[in-house]
Design a protein around this ligand. Structure first.
Ligand SMILES: [Zn+2]
Ligand SMILES: [Zn+2]
Length: 399
């Protein structure tokens, strides 16, 4: 193994008890998005104690940046997530994402110091509020990714693979406004907002037959009126509109079709309608193939077992705000196996704090660190990664 990769391996092994304690502490203090004060302080103070230059509350109140400047060269970023789920705690395992992030930080910093010559800069970004609020999207808009050449992170999962599928997602809130009236004595004076909501639901259900297999729309009526004898004057629905990678333009097509369904329901019932797509729509994840191949090679070299079932890989897929980052800078967001429980379940929360999750968590951090070492040591790699990034963006436009 390359000398600097040996340093990575030894450094992360040496720190494993400290790293496990950090992960366990975050697990024991679950915090919702934008309220991760405990995790923010714990991670930023730990990195500061290890010699990183830390900006607490960087751009967002519970975001941070920690930098180790190893001289002229690429600026590579590793991202930490640390938000939890309401009522379920760390049922998405973001405590382990934070552990991967700080472990990678320690491994790469040690390698840069050992190199004895300028190789580049390591940036650790603490990125809050992944679970629906799109913290990384706010960070992109505030310039937190300016000057960063590549971004990496990893998410615990039922599978280990370097190019997981994460789909583009937009949240759509719909409100129909009608006119209340007594449903028995003067129904002709009313304008029925519940009929509009039902019509809208039906229109979208009819649209589903003409959707591509990779598209998903799922919604609920969140307000359907209050009493049977009052013609409802206000009703509300909430939908998630999704399409699979690499299909951001497709999600835009799908949104237009859904809006026609909404407008049609308003027109046919005489209601007014207000609708809004969430400001932080999630993009599909565009895994950089050069980076992902480097990660595969490094992972295999240290004994990581990658899932080979391509059909299973294509079927899986939630959404992440790392998708948006992957359209701004070349990125990877590998998944690593920690157990058979699926995400956002109580069972996953048990696994996320288990001893058995630690080995793959640390192996993943080593593979990410070694991927960074490859880029630092081989100046021809970054241009190849950037060419691939441009090509993938171009291909996505033509889907
Ligand atoms: Zn989640
Ligand atoms: Zn997650």
């Amino acid at each position: 193994m390359d000398n600097l990769k040996n340093i990575v391996d030894q450094t992360i092994d040496k720190a494993k008890e400290e790293l496990k304690t950090i992960s366990k502490s975050i697990f024991d203090h679950p915090e919702l998005g934008h309220e991760e004060h405990y995790a923010h302080d714990l991670l930023s103070e730990f990195l500061s104690s290890k010699g990183f230059v830390v900006d607490k509350h960087y751009k967002l109140h519970t975001a941070f940046r920690a930098v180790h400047d190893g001289g002229v060269g690429p600026n590579l970023a590793v991202l930490c997530e640390y938000d939890a789920l309401s009522g379920l705690g760390h049922a998405c395992g973001h405590n382990l994402i934070a552990e991967v992030g700080v472990a990678t930080a320690l491994g790469v910093k040690a390698a840069l110091e050992k190199a004895g010559k300028p190789l580049g800069k390591l940036t650790v970004l603490g990125t809050p509020a992944e679970e629906g609020q799109g913290g990384k999207i706010d960070l992109i808009h505030s310039g937190a990714f300016d000057g960063i050449d590549c971004a990496m992170m990893a998410h615990p999962s039922q599978f280990t693979w370097s190019r997981p599928v994460y789909v583009a997602m937009n949240e759509l809130s719909i409100k129909f406004l009608g006119k209340a009236s007594h449903a028995s004595s003067a129904p002709w004076d009313g304008v029925n907002a519940l009929d509009a909501a039902v019509q809208c639901y039906q229109n979208i259900s009819c649209l589903r037959q003409q959707m591509k297999p990779t598209w998903r729309i799922h919604g609920v009526i969140t307000n359907g009126g209050s009493k049977p004898n009052i013609i409802p004057d206000v009703t509300e629905l909430l939908y998630y509109v999704r399409a699979r990678a690499p299909t951001d333009p497709e999600v835009e097509q799908l949104k237009l079709k859904v809006v026609d369904c909404v407008d049609g329901a308003a027109l046919s019932t005489g209601c007014k309608v207000e609708y809004v797509f969430s400001k932080n729509g999630y993009s599909s994840l565009m895994s950089n193939n050069v980076l992902a191949s480097l990660f595969d090679e490094n992972g295999q070299a240290i004994g990581m077992k990658f899932e080979q079932d391509e059909i299973r890989r294509r079927k899986a897929g939630g959404s992440t705000d790392m998708g948006n980052v992957s359209h701004v800078v070349p990125s990877i967001h590998p998944n690593f196996f920690i157990g058979t429980a699926s995400g956002h379940t109580k069972e996953l929360a048990v696994t996320a704090c288990s001893e058995s999750a630690q080995e793959n968590t640390l192996s993943t951090a080593k593979a990410l660190s070694m991927t960074m070492v490859d880029i630092f040591e081989n100046p021809d790699l970054l241009p190849r990664i950037q060419d691939e990034f441009k090509l993938q963006l171009e291909q996505e436009k033509n889907v």
